[in-house]
Design a protein around this ligand. Structure first.
Ligand code: NAD
Length: 177
């Protein structure tokens, strides 16, 4: 029987427990999942502090922590392009064929729906706390951010001095106001 293959695209700045729970849920529904690391060209900015490579390590190691079979997923970095109308073609060019799109992002939903894809909205897990914005806020304010992320994300931040990077970036941006 043909395998069902789906895609989930996220900036994942950084990878947090909401991403991992949604990936877990999707893998209960489909055979294979393409995990697109969105805005791959952006890093070292307050809203996008981590490189695509750093985000790939976070997600790869978090999936290993969850003991997900590596033959069930593909992790692919994806640069943004300026043209929303041809973004779906750009994504298709970079990925194995897929038929289902999982997203909570209205623009992503709109663009894939217009191209005839089945779009599914996964449940939101504790969105008040499990969002990149909240994790980044807690990191900058020395609040407990580790409880919101898999161990792999905390390990990557320790390896790259990620907390210091974020604090330096925020100082720079404030001084530029
Ligand atoms: P994100 O990391 O905020 O979220 C990714 C996905 O994770 C969401 O769709 C959501 O379903 C899920 N998620 C996040 N928190 C969750 C929680 N608590 N519980 C359950 N699920 C949760 O990323 P995003 O902003 O949606 O990423 C979209 C990417 O697509 C961006 O990089 C954007 O630039 C890119 N994009 C590019 C173009 C273009 O280049 N023209 C067009 C559209 C989108």
């Amino acid at each position: 029987m043909q395998k069902t293959r789906a895609i989930l695209i996220g900036r994942m700045q950084p990878v947090h427990n909401g991403h991992m729970q949604v990936i877990n849920k999707i893998l209960e529904e489909v055979d294979e999942l393409i995990i697109g690391i969105g805005s791959a060209q952006i890093s070292h900015e307050a809203k996008d502090p981590f490189t695509a490579g750093e985000r790939i390590v976070m997600i790869t190691q978090a999936l290993a922590e969850m003991e997900v079979d590596p033959s069930r997923y593909y992790i692919i970095p994806m640069q943004d392009i300026n043209f929303n109308a041809i973004w779906v073609s750009h994504v298709k060019m970079l990925t194995p064929p897929f038929s289902i799109v999982y997203t909570g992002n209205p623009l992503v939903k709109q663009l894939f729906s217009e191209e005839g894809f089945e779009v599914r909205q996964p449940p939101l897990y504790d969105r008040l706390h499990l969002s990149g914005t909240e994790v980044r806020r807690r990191i900058l304010e020395d609040d407990d951010w580790q409880e919101l992320v898999p161990k792999a994300t905390a390990d990557v931040l320790a390896e790259i001095d990620g907390v210091e990077r974020m604090k330096n970036l925020s100082i720079k941006e404030i001084s530029e106001l």
